[in-house]
Design a protein around this ligand. Structure first.
Ligand code: NAG
Ligand code: NAG
Ligand code: NAG
Ligand code: NAG
Ligand code: NAG
Ligand code: NAG
Ligand code: NAG
Ligand code: NAG
Ligand code: NAG
Ligand code: NAG
Length: 883
């Protein structure tokens, strides 16, 4: 019964061509001479352009003339890449949009060698698949549903052996959000078929997304067709022509079985089954069957409505098939008078692309440098740092983990024939440590901005034609250990001449981290002070934890007295604790005033309990170390006997929770304001995770810990549970799981393994909360936890019901949809599938942009304006269940 499904590239029927828009389509005919571009593909009406319109390397070729009759026009020419290991197409795309990406390879003995190529295909920094064309006379095709995370998408061919990589066509089609919903990852197509005993392939213009539907039939099946219309409206937008035929088992009492082997066999499989009753049933007739997929997914007593209307059943949770393969069985129930039926079927496997691309600012800068100097280096294609083994020549990158963008730390353009002046764009490489531009023909001054790149420890400008004087600021940097080589520049002013420093091998770490070390020293000293004071009392000794700072070679220095207050001063500033603002973790918070003007919030620790003291210490430590506009700042503290108090800047607008729930003045925050607050909070968290060394985890992100100042600028508060976490391969294992129920990362709960991804999870919950304004856990709900509840609503197609009714639908659906998707990705069960905070910040900004554009958009331009997901599935009880 199994049928291997190869994309039929031959003998396609002509499709009527309409003037329907191909908006967002990218259709590249590789190797097509530029003068023949663009043209309209006779078989589909799709406009193809030559790949010369996007910049790339390689040479063009044509398949054997003998084969010209069999293949479609876009596949007659190709581009091959005899030079370099990696060659890329860099395509402009809309970020965070789902694309159907299809690449086609037809060898056609273009080189007369009759050797089928074998190479790797990459999508951005990650490997997509291996293209092995051995024996593929009819060529091969790969298709994936993928969401690019930046505005540029690299499709790269990587030479892995003796053969030369080649490609015939690249096609990208933007999809409406919500058709193929994934919390993370991309869907690689196994097959997409419609059940019909023909050889006609259906695609654009029948399918507005240009999905290619190939016919599927077998002698063990019976085909039924209809000439009547079918209502195929709904999320999946399956073309009516696809639904006009269906199959049933040839022997009506046997089940209908479809099997296939996913690649790899242990891949997570996603299946979409499309059903429409196309026979006219009598009153006493009934078609009902069980849908079973490898025993993991079962839908019992499925019946298609008698109306000719599309119904789609899909695997909500991924399924794994066993080594034998996937087996879909449609089994007639005893009550059914008719055999099972199916019209169309799609199967995908999940591919994870976990690697985060090189930092966008570094990427923009290096691309600019490449263009400025017209660097033709063949290796300078695709992502500069990734994959590591293919990183660009002449530069080095730093890598932390797969979800932290790599940074460029060294650029060596020695003897690269550079002319002109040193471009200011170098400043944008903010983490560069070594810059070697020696032995070129650079002219002009030595720019002063080089002194501002704090990370630089080596600058080699020797053997150029630089002139003028050397900026004093740059010369001064040598005192900090900067190695500066300027020899061999005859016109360089010798007035403030430099002496090449002999001090070799001494290099200070970047200033930023030096400052951090200093602060850590201060903190260590502070802890020391606290300990000394606390130990004699009966408070349990709370040892300074080793996970905060470990360097202390210099003299301990004490925090400035300005921030230390006496208990009497605290009493005074709070008017003897006259006005309580609320209860925070481990203590009551009072309103206060310093010098009669500066308003403050004073947290008085209830008891000198071990927990309270630990909390106090952790918070002081953190707030002394870190400063960021989106973190609440510490004005001072009091540590006098048993009196412990923390004094913060006052946040007049209270916490986010009050605002979302309308308990703060009853004013409903608009969706735009909520998004802005989310962006601010995300920036604060991003700073803790990446801007601070060692990185910190907040551990208690929730709406009540996001405070708002007078202009609704959000700041994170309550760092009592915060911890720094190691960046190495080992993760911090905490003995006590702390945090707030509902917000707590389930993975952390089970493993006690602390990473910044736990904060990402909690942040996802915050996002859901500000969208829905519903309790995180509500036992009376069918799905008590908010994540499951939202998921069930998405499946029901009920976006309106997800959002806070107080918003009165005054929001851009596209913006909301992106935010929901982002939140759901943040709350992925597996921490590796959650985005990092930099990505969260970017995505939220994206949501904000589309929300801001809301008023200005023209109707029909917004692909999401009519979104209703899962509309084919009427009832929630239609949801597939995993068994
Ligand atoms: C190529 O396609 C033709 C026509 O469909 C078919 O007869 C032939 O078997 C195919 N060749 C291979 C190697 O699949
Ligand atoms: C198709 O079904 C949808 C409901 O799913 C309905 O709104 C629409 O009017 C129907 N179209 C036709 C032509 O019957
Ligand atoms: C149909 O299947 C049933 C059950 O497997 C079998 O008894 C019957 O002989 C089959 N009929 C035909 C025509 O093959
Ligand atoms: C699915 O079922 C197969 C047996 O058919 C089992 O081996 C496999 O572990 C199951 N996978 C999941 C994800 O439930
Ligand atoms: C099957 O039909 C019988 C009798 O009509 C009925 O009692 C029973 O509930 C039906 N079963 C299902 C699953 O619909
Ligand atoms: C370089 O950095 C500046 C300031 O951050 C920014 O405005 C500019 O757009 C950047 N240039 C490029 C090419 O990214
Ligand atoms: C840069 O490359 C040249 C040769 O390619 C090498 O001699 C030089 O040491 C390199 N510079 C640095 C800073 O590594
Ligand atoms: C400079 O580069 C040239 C080749 O471009 C090389 O022959 C020469 O030795 C280099 N000089 C120095 C000082 O590295
Ligand atoms: C600077 O470049 C020159 C020429 O390439 C080289 O001879 C010299 O060793 C380099 N100096 C340093 C400090 O890398
Ligand atoms: C479209 C585009 O960017 N084309 C450029 C490709 O690169 C050559 C030089 O290698 C330029 O001349 C083209 O303008």
């Amino acid at each position: 019964m199994m049928k291997h499904l190869l994309l039929a590239m031959i003998g396609t029927f002509a499709v009527m061509v309409g003037a329907q828009s191909q908006e967002g389509f990218i259709s590249l005919d590789c190797g097509l001479p530029i003068e023949e571009s663009p043209y309209s593909d006779p078989s589909t009406g799709i406009t193809f352009t030559s790949d010369s319109t996007v910049n790339q390397t390689g040479k063009s070729g044509s398949i054997d003339k003998e084969l010209n009759k069999i293949f479609r026009k876009p596949y007659l020419t190709l581009r091959y890449f005899p030079e370099g290991q990696r060659n890329c197409y860099s395509l402009s795309v809309k970020r965070v949009t789902y694309y159907l990406i299809s690449v086609t390879f037809i060898y056609g003995n273009y080189d007369g060698l009759n050797v089928f190529p074998n190479f790797d295909l990459y999508l951005g920094p990650d490997k997509w698949t291996t293209i092995d064309m051995e024996g593929r006379q009819n060529g091969t095709n790969e298709e994936i549903i993928h969401r690019p995370m930046s505005n540029s998408l690299d499709i790269c061919l990587v030479k892995t052996g003796a053969t030369t990589p080649m490609i015939s066509a690249i096609e990208l089609r933007p999809l409406r959000d919500g058709i193929y919903f994934m919390r993370s990852g991309s869907l690689r197509k196994s097959f997409r078929v419609y059940c019909s005993n023909t050889d006609r392939e259906i695609r654009y213009i029948d399918d507005v997304y240009d999905r290619v539907w190939v016919p599927f039939f077998s002698p063990s099946l019976t085909e039924i067709t209809t000439s009547l219309g079918i209502n195929s409206s709904g999320t999946f937008a399956v073309p009516e022509s696809v639904l006009k035929s269906a199959v049933t088992p040839a022997n009506a009492s046997k089940p209908l079985i479809i099997t296939w082997t996913p690649k790899p066999s242990n891949a997570e499989v996603y299946v979409y089954m499309h059903f429409a009753e196309i026979q006219t049933l009598q009153a006493n007739e009934r078609r009902e069957f069980d849908v079973v997929l490898n025993e993991n997914f079962t839908w019992s007593g499925f019946n298609i409505p008698k109306l000719r209307r599309l119904r789609t059943l899909y695997t909500g949770a991924p399924i794994k098939c066993d080594s034998v393969g996937c087996k879909l069985q449609l089994v007639k129930t005893p009550n059914s008078t008719l055999p099972p039926l199916i019209n169309a079927l799609e199967a995908y496997t999940l591919v994870e692309f976990p690697q985060v691309e090189t930092s966008p600012s570094d990427l923009a800068a290096i691309k600019n440098i490449k263009a400025t100097y017209r660097l033709g280096t063949i290796s300078w294609q695709g992502d500069p740092c990734l994959p590591q083994k293919l990183s660009w020549e002449n530069l080095r990158c730093s890598y932390i983990d797969t979800f932290t963008p790599p940074r460029i730390v060294s650029l060596n353009l020695s003897a690269s024939g550079l002319t002109g002046s040193i471009p200011p764009i170098i400043q944008n490489l903010t983490q560069i440590q070594e810059l070697d531009l020696s032995n070129n023909s650079l002219t002009g001054n030595v720019p002063a901005f080089l002194a501002n790149i704090k990370s630089l420890s080596l600058i080699n400008l020797s053997w150029n034609n630089l002139s003028g004087s050397v900026p004093q600021t740059l010369l001064d940097r040598r005192n900090e250990g900067l190695v500066l080589n300027l020899e061999g520049n005859p016109d360089l002013d010798r007035f403030n001449s430099f002496k090449p420093k002999q001090k070799k091998g001494f290099m200070l770490p970047a200033i930023a981290s030096a400052a951090c070390v200093l602060v850590v020293v201060v903190v260590v000293a502070l802890i020391f002070v606290f300990r000394k004071k606390k130990l004699p009392s009966n408070a349990p000794p709370s040892m300074p934890t080793t996970d905060v700072g470990h360097t202390s070679q210099s003299q301990p220095s004490f925090p400035s007295n300005k921030i230390k207050f006496t208990y009497t001063e605290v009493q005074e500033m709070t008017n003897n604790f006259g006005r309580a603002l609320g209860e925070g973790g481990f203590g009551v918070v009072y309103h206060g005033c310093i010098n009669g003007t500066e308003q403050v919030a004073v947290k008085l620790l209830s008891q000198s309990s071990s927990q309270g003291y630990k909390h106090f210490k952790a918070e002081v430590e953190l707030l002394m170390r870190v400063h960021h506009i989106n973190l609440v700042s510490l004005v001072g503290y009091c540590d006098e006997g048993d009196h412990l108090a923390l004094i913060y800047q006052y946040m007049p607008n209270g916490d986010l929770k009050q605002h979302v729930s309308g308990k703060h003045g009853g004013v409903v925050l608009s969706w735009e304001t909520r998004l802005k607050i989310a962006v601010n909070a995300a920036l604060g968290l991003e700073y803790l995770h990446t801007g601070c060394k060692p990185p910190m985890v907040h551990r208690d992100i929730k709406c009540t810990n996001i405070l708002l100042d007078e202009s609704f600028q959000a700041k994170l508060a309550d760092f009592g549970l915060s911890r720094s976490f190691p960046t190495g391969p080992e993760t911090y294992v905490s003995t006590v799981v702390a945090g707030t129920p509902g917000y707590l990362d389930p993975e952390y709960y089970h493993t006690n393994r602390l990473t910044e991804k736990s904060d990402v999870y909690s942040f996802g919950i915050v996002l859901l909360e500000i969208m829905t304004n519903r309790p995180i856990i509500e036992q009376s709900r069918e799905k008590p936890h908010i994540v499951e509840w939202v998921e069930s609503m998405i499946r029901k197609g009920d976006i309106g019901n997800i959002m806070d009714p107080n918003l009165h639908q005054d929001y851009d659906t596209g913006s909301v949809w992106k935010a929901i998707e982002l939140a759901m990705t943040c709350v992925s069960h597996m921490s590796t599938r959650r985005p990092n905070m930099s990505r969260v910040v970017n995505d939220l900004k994206e949501c904000l942009i589309s929300e801001n554009l809301k008023s200005g958009e023209s109707p029909g331009m917004d692909p999401m304006s009519t979104i209703k997901f899962g509309r084919d599935i009427d009832e929630s009880d239609m949801l597939p269940k995993a068994r």
